[in-house]
Design a protein around this ligand. Structure first.
Ligand code: B12
Length: 321
């Protein structure tokens, strides 16, 4: 059925608990709801761009009006449902992690974009069946939307000094997605306070000094940026020599956080470790043909830097083993 969208009339309230129960039943590990409003610290975002900290991620400078106000991203937006899924590996998968190279934990299983989008699509359908004139916009990275900021506003946790969201329920191991809706809810969550205090372990743990000051990450110094996002053929010397064997992403700032005392093993079958990850850890991925690579990593985040990017990463890391 094609629904005509004309000015997105506001829908009436949906019960907060109904939305949360549905989201949990569909696979979310944590869920919160924030009132759709203008972003309060957009000046920090602009300052970050002006400092050149985004490197080659030019898309982050685009669609600022939408990024800084979800009511522009979705006309008539009233509420933002933010979900988090826990990806901290189960013991059995941690034991099979190979050597000498390292792969960030979020990439051990299926691409989280697929997992989150599937849950949010089902949630949107269920909410539309409760409230037929409701419109919902799904945001999982690709929309101009500030996931961590909204997760904090929805009470899921707070942005630590490494800039990622830290949860008192799951530590540093949540992946985030959101559904912006035109319906109001009967009860909004309060934003979570920052609990980092004087701790600076994440800053100290970064081998390339990417966290230039608390809450400021210079992506052009971050191993995650270089090994996943960068299109350069070669790494700068200070990056290459400090790779510490990370060939896809990096978990060092997350691993250093004392709030990981709350981490727990995930329950998402989609996040079970793919055996093919061992080809990155032992470097044999370079022997795969393009077709083998495409087939093996079709549903994995590993495909993002392409096979050429992965080979570049392994070659650079190997020089400093
Ligand atoms: C671009 C991007 C990256 C870039 C830049 C990272 C960054 N910190 O911005 C790179 C490639 C480096 C990257 C790396 C990683 N990423 Co990333 N990334 C994104 C993406 C697409 C956009 C983030 C963004 O807008 N950055 C722009 C800057 C300006 O945002 P910011 O740092 O949050 O800036 C705010 C704070 O600094 C704050 N601030 C500034 N000063 C102060 C002062 C105080 C006191 C306070 C409280 C706040 C504050 O204000 C700014 C504006 O709100 C999001 C998805 C999304 N759409 O949100 C995923 C996302 C942030 N990434 C994610 C992940 C998992 C990672 C990695 C852990 C992957 C890995 N293991 O390698 C690393 C972590 C590196 C790190 N320490 O950030 C998850 C984080 C989940 C979580 N629990 O927070 C996200 C949300 C994806 C998702 N859907 O789950 N990522």
């Amino acid at each position: 059925m094609i629904r005509k969208i004309m000015g997105n009339k506001p829908s009436s309230n949906i019960a907060t608990e109904d939305i949360k129960n549905l989201a949990r039943r569909l696979g979310a590990d944590t869920v919160g709801i924030a009132r759709a409003d203008a972003v309060k610290n957009n000046d920090k975002f602009i300052e970050w761009l002006d400092n050149g900290f985004a490197g080659g991620m030019n898309y982050l400078a685009k669609y600022q009006a939408e990024r800084f106000d979800p009511r522009i991203l979705l006309s008539g937006a009233e509420s933002i449902v933010v979900i988090g899924i826990n990806y901290y590996p189960i013991d059995e998968d941690k034991k099979t992690a190979g050597e000498p190279f390292r792969v960030a934990r979020y990439a051990w299983g299926e691409d989280y974009h697929h997992v989150l989008r599937k849950i949010l699509r089902r949630l949107r359908s269920e909410l539309i069946s409760l409230q037929p004139n409701m419109i919902g916009r799904i945001c999982v990275d690709t929309a101009p939307f500030m996931d961590k900021y909204w997760a904090q506003m929805a009470g899921l946790g707070w942005q630590g000094k490494h800039t990622n969201l830290i949860s008192k329920e799951f530590g540093n191991w949540l992946l985030l997605g959101a559904l912006i809706i035109t319906a109001k809810v009967d009860n909004y969550d309060s934003s979570e306070k920052n609990h980092c205090g004087n701790c600076h372990r994440c800053i100290d743990a970064c081998p390339t000094g990417a966290i230039v000051k608390p809450h400021r990450l210079d992506a052009t110094r971050c191993l995650s940026y270089w090994t996943i996002e960068s299109k350069e053929d070669q790494f700068p010397e200070n990056i290459a020599k400090n790779m510490n064997r990370w060939v896809f992403g990096c978990d060092l700032c997350l691993l250093a956080c004392p709030f990981n005392k709350f981490e727990k093993q995930h329950e998402q079958s989609a996040f079970r470790r793919l055996s093919i990850i061992s080809h990155l850890e032992n470097g044999t991925i370079a022997d795969l043909s393009q077709t083998e690579f495409d087939n093996s990593f079709a549903r994995s985040p590993i495909k993002r830097p392409l096979l050429t990017g992965i080979i570049r990463n392994i070659d650079a890391a190997r020089k400093f083993l």
